[in-house]
Design a protein around this ligand. Sequence first.
Ligand SMILES: [Mg+2]
Length: 268
Amino acid sequence: MDKCKAIAKQIRIDSVKMTNRAHSGHVGSMLSMAELIAVLYEKILNVDPKNPEMENRDRFLLSKGHAAAGVYSALAQKGFIPTEWLERYYCDDGKLMGHISHKLPGVEFSTGSLGHGLPVATGMAIAARYAKSDRRIFCMSSDGDMNEGSTWEAIMFAAQEKLSNLTLIIDYNRVQALGHSKDVIDLSDLKTRLEAFGWAVAEIDGHNVEEIYETLSKVPFDDKKPSAVIAYTVKCKGIPELEDTVKSHYKFVADEDLERVIKEIEEA
Ligand SMILES: [Mg+2]
């Protein structure tokens, strides 16, 4: 699992550098999911950078599209896109948009406004069933996504259709755009709520690569239910002064702090 830890570290370093260079936000959202993305791309997803359109590939949708830079780093490390593209992230002459775009190899669906990932993932899961394909659909959502009515429509529909090929991963960092989630729409006892809606649910430490791997390699948890993984994470994990803060949703690391922050991440 050392490789996963190294990939997660690189996701953090790339995300900090990319947002600094672009003077763009959402670094906290990228850093909370670094280990989850690393394990998905290294150990779980059946995808091939040499053949991004492979018919029976697993589908991964990032519903928290504002955290795109974290996935771009993973795609570059995996070989889907050239590493040089990261240097022009969110720049006028660059290929990498601030919110994730399906125009890039390895990206299935563009997102930005919350609440879109899971409904589309649910449709893809139905499509896979019609196609008699064993491909799996993974969707990563945020606290903000879990506030959206469209997400809960998909949760109900996926349970009704017994979509065991669908896995929802919630990057539950308990902070969203305008505040701590408990103060916006309280998501506490999310496991009970999802189970009541007919899902099989696991709770994990979203920064522990071994636990992430062990859990994701067991999906579906129930062959008649969709699976949900509630990953407890820390917003902006890796930059101590910004961890668990609302401002990390919008902030980027300033030039004068960049070298120190990168060094801290490298030595962590
Ligand atoms: Mg959040």
